[in-house]
Write a protein that binds this ligand. Structure first.
Ligand code: NAP
Length: 276
């Protein structure tokens, strides 16, 4: 499995697992836990969740799924913007840790920008690092101007920006990805199969067919071919997990990349960062 390096030197697998929309249905819970465990066993040990997902129930599901293998997992969670203040962030973090049944998260993200000034959020994040409750922190859904503001506000220790990035959302390639790379930050690509819609794109399916891969695998392999990009598909079944894991072994030839560029063109001008 390809590894991605954070600024502090820690390396994590480029292919991880998302969890949004898990823990929404009691009848799917066992299958979702089994899927996460199967992914971890296959090396997809980066697990992304958030306090927002299923109102905390998703973190509880993740906590149950990883309880026996916590030390193998690189655990990511996110705080609501309204919790990103000096006063509220420690409480939000403690609540997440309790639901996740752990004493630390490996990476704690500001889910999106709210009204709390960056300088205050940075200070609150750094205090959590000092307390050992989070091992590093980062952000999500910040475009290039907001990233520059964050750094100007003392946020140079930010470890990543988790953003919407896939074949149909290539805007970040124009300026944000280069900015992050210039600052030594890896990128975390969310909704890599566009929440299940991308595998139905005819152009993608045609290229995938010629490679003997599935469309979802090709969409993931395309992201995994990028430098410094982690990819966190959400899969609620072990079958999808296995299919996605195999994407990490696909090597795409230049001709394949060119066909994908034709079908899903690169941006030719700045595109405001999109979010889901
Ligand atoms: P996604 O991973 O692009 O798509 C998930 C959907 O694709 C699910 O319906 C899943 O179905 C389906 N799927 C998975 N593997 C498949 C395969 N091999 N073939 C066909 N369909 C497949 O979308 P996402 O969940 O929005 O994004 C991934 C993760 O990123 C989230 O779970 C979350 O952790 C994170 N995220 C973060 C933000 C943010 O604001 N920071 C926003 C969105 C997402 P099954 O469940 O049936 O397998």
């Amino acid at each position: 499995m390809k590894m991605i390096r954070f600024p502090d030197g820690i390396e994590v697998p480029a292919l991880g697992q998302g969890t949004w929309m898990m823990a929404e249905r009691a009848d799917r819970r066992a299958e979702e836990i089994a899927a996460l465990r199967a992914g971890i066993a296959l090396g997809m040990t980066l697990v992304d969740t958030a306090e927002m997902y299923a109102n905390g129930a998703c973190e509880r599901l993740v906590g149950e799924a990883i309880a026996e293998v916590r030390d193998q997992v690189f655990l990511v969670s996110k705080a609501y913007p309204h919790n990103a203040s000096r006063e509220r962030l420690p409480r939000a973090c403690d609540a997440s840790l309790a639901r996740l049944r752990t004493d630390r998260v490996d990476l704690y993200l500001l889910h999106w920008r709210g009204s709390v000034p960056f300088a205050e959020t940075v200070e609150a994040m750094e205090r959590l690092v000092d307390a050992g409750k989070i091992l590093r922190w980062g952000v999500s859904n910040l475009g290039i101007d907001a990233m520059a503001e964050l750094f100007a506000a003392g946020g140079g220790a930010c470890a990543t920006d988790q953003i919407l990035y896939n074949l149909t959302r290539r805007g970040p390639e124009y300026d944000l990805l280069p900015w992050l790379a210039d600052h030594g930050l890896p990128t975390m690509a969310y909704s890599p199969v566009e929440q299940g819609r991308l595998p139905h794109e005819r152009a993608l399916a045609d290229v995938a067919f010629d490679l003997g891969a599935t469309p979802a695998q090709l969409a993931l392999a395309w992201l995994l071919a990028r430098d410094g990009v982690m990819v966190i598909p959400k899969a609620g079944s072990s079958a999808h997990v296995q299919e996605n894991r195999a994407a990490a072994d696909l090597i795409l030839a230049p001709e394949t990349m060119a066909r994908l560029d034709l079908a899903f063109p690169r941006p030719t001008e700045p595109v405001p960062l999109e979010m889901l």
